[in-house]
Design a protein around this ligand. Structure first.
Ligand SMILES: *Cc1c(COP(=O)(O)O)cnc(C)c1O
Length: 358
């Protein structure tokens, strides 16, 4: 069997959840497990995060999957219902729905629901992705207060710059100006906001990336937050090539040896989700040593420099990211963020996941 695999450590998930609890002790925690648990496997992750007060997912089938695996917590559908039939199922299975526009609201109000529904009413405070216009939100909310369709209403928004110098005040002010007129619960903070802004720790917080041990803040090491990587991407060396000066490696001859070199070929490529844009010099870990990639990443393989690692040979273990190589370091080299790399591995659907239960 091809040696490439992902190892998911549930104890690290528990550890990272405990860090969120320390940071926001008064808030309920809605762990965000969309995109197949940020690539780690939805149920693997939910088990590791079983102490969460709620889970947030994207699609109805993910919510059903969680219920069927015995998770009794609140489950929020982050984009709400796309079609009317989903609302009845959500009501029956006690899923919370985001409602972010009038179209969704009208779909709900048209139905005769046997079970009133919990909604997260989303306000667009400046990101301009999802949510009601703040100038209209107050009037619409007033009309919802005495409707029997709704069991509870939570006010929600999402920040665009919680990880940047601009911060969250410009959005939080808009949110609070509406929220102060009602006696609803509030949910605003993603990971960056949990780390950076205590004042955003309201009734709920919604951590995602930090639960997986990657940094929510570009340029800030995850180890500084005391969070642990959950995913290890591991493979093995499958070939060794000895290069003379001026020999090249891989497609396009993008790398040429300046001296004699020993190069190892690793079973992992862009079809697995490893970023093709990772340039020569991307960190990797082999036989207890850090080294660097060389040449262009192929579909199924990549190359690493083992000139100074004589113990590296065929079948040596390689860590592409995980305990020794933060996914954020690989992401930064490839011009992206840890989020994308974690998700890409599971989107490729060809890397098996091994779980360390804990
Ligand atoms: C994905 C998402 C989060 C979690 O964001 P992180 O940056 O991963 O912490 C929180 N809220 C909403 C609405 C999201 O879509």
């Amino acid at each position: 069997m091809r040696p490439l695999k992902v190892i998911v450590d549930q104890a690290s998930l528990r550890h990272n959840l405990a860090i969120v609890k320390q940071l926001a002790p008064k808030s309920k925690i809605m762990s965000v497990v969309k995109a197949n648990g940020y690539g780690h496997g939805l149920i693997n992750v939910a088990q590791g995060l079983s102490e969460s007060d709620g889970f947030a997912v994207l699609a109805l089938n993910e919510a059903i999957d969680l219920r069927e695996h015995g998770f009794e917590q609140d489950i929020l559908l982050l984009e709400g219902a796309f079609e009317s039939y989903e609302i009845s199922i959500a009501a029956k299975m006690r899923f919370n729905l985001v409602v972010h526009n009038l179209h969704q609201l009208q779909m709900i109000e048209k139905l005769k629901l046997n079970h009133p529904i919990d909604i997260h009413f989303k306000i667009n405070t400046g990101m301009n992705r999802l949510g009601f216009n703040p100038n209209e939100a107050k009037e619409i909310l007033k009309t919802l207060q005495n409707k029997t369709h709704f069991k509870s209403i939570t006010l929600m928004t999402h920040f665009a710059t919680a990880d940047e110098p601009k911060g969250v005040d410009w959005q939080l002010t808009v949110f609070n100006d509406i929220a102060k007129h009602f006696n609803f619960s509030h949910s605003v903070a993603n990971s960056a906001s949990i780390v950076n802004f205590k004042k955003t720790h309201l009734d709920w917080v919604r951590p995602g990336i930090m639960l997986y041990g990657a940094s929510p803040i570009m340029g800030q090491k995850s180890s500084l937050l005391n969070i642990k990587p959950v995913m290890q991407l591991k493979s093995k060396i499958i070939a060794i090539q000895n290069l003379s000066k001026n020999d090249s490696v891989g497609y396009g001859e993008t790398f040429k040896a300046k001296n004699d070199m020993r190069i190892a070929v690793v079973a992992c490529g862009y079809a697995d989700g490893y970023p093709r844009h990772a340039p020569t010099g991307t960190p990797v870990y082999v036989e207890g040593e850090k080294t660097l990639t060389v040449g262009r990443v192929s579909m199924d393989m990549l190359y690493i420099d083992v000139t100074n690692i004589p113990q590296a040979s065929i079948s040596s273990d390689v860590e592409l990211w995980g305990e020794h190589i933060p996914v954020d370091e690989v992401a930064e080299k490839a011009g992206t963020v840890g989020y994308e790399l974690l998700c890409a591995i599971s989107a490729s659907k060809r890397v098996p996941i091994e779980i360390i239960h804990g």
